[in-house]
Design a protein around this ligand. Sequence first.
Ligand code: ATP
Length: 258
Amino acid sequence: MTDISPDSLRQRLRTKFVGQNILYYPVTSSTMDVARQAAMEGAAEGTIVIADQQTAGRGRLGRKWLSPPKSSILLSIILYPKLDELPRLNMVACLAVARSIERVTALKPSIKWPNDVLIGGRKVSGILMESDVQGERVNYAIVGLALNVNLDPSSIPEISETATSLKEMLGREVSRPEVLESLLAEFEELYRAMRRGEPIDEEWRRRLETLGKEVTVRCGQDVREGYAESVDQDGNLLLRLPDGSLVTIAAGDVTLKA
Ligand code: ATP
């Protein structure tokens, strides 16, 4: 059974607040848009928006997120972190996805800094952060997670070479409710640990496949080449430049240097 039903999800949930309030849509434009509206109306912390299909799914920088109906987990989580916690949300989200894939399947995901979860070098999940900040105050933050569960990448030319899914890797369908339930539990555990001030960057460092490689990082017009040495406590990349200096990079597109 791979259909997501809010009622059965509610019964099976093992969380205290993440997913305790569920906004479920068979079809919507983007769970991010619905979540933003709900957050502006004061939705409770941990409210989730899930959809079986998006007509305008998006990634970073206005890129498109593609997912045939009922093939994926399409999820946004509404949170109210403090300003200094905001940078760590991306780590929380990526690690929660990686952990839940490991729990439900025997697959071994890795993370490509800053926000892609990969299996066998192909992207299985994309993560997106949006927040509204005024001065020191975070009005809301929304974490978007899309996970290819039963998607067939060969049916989508734009991503057939770069994407994979749990089904493709395992050769069988995987239960979306089971993955979703595990993902919400892992997310809550990591989010609470992060808020208690417990470091989560060690696991981040261990799971990142980007470290120890010569890379090119593009951020807008800024292009830097160097050695991906480590990450800091907020998950930022520490890049060693050819002149020996170390720069901290918060976001960017990473490619391996030829
Ligand atoms: P990239 O993954 O190329 O480094 P990015 O991290 O900015 O870019 P995201 O914002 O996570 O990407 O997602 C958008 C990109 O992901 C799209 O440009 C497309 O290449 C790819 N994509 C879209 N749909 C899927 C999908 N279902 N599975 C895997 N990749 C996808």
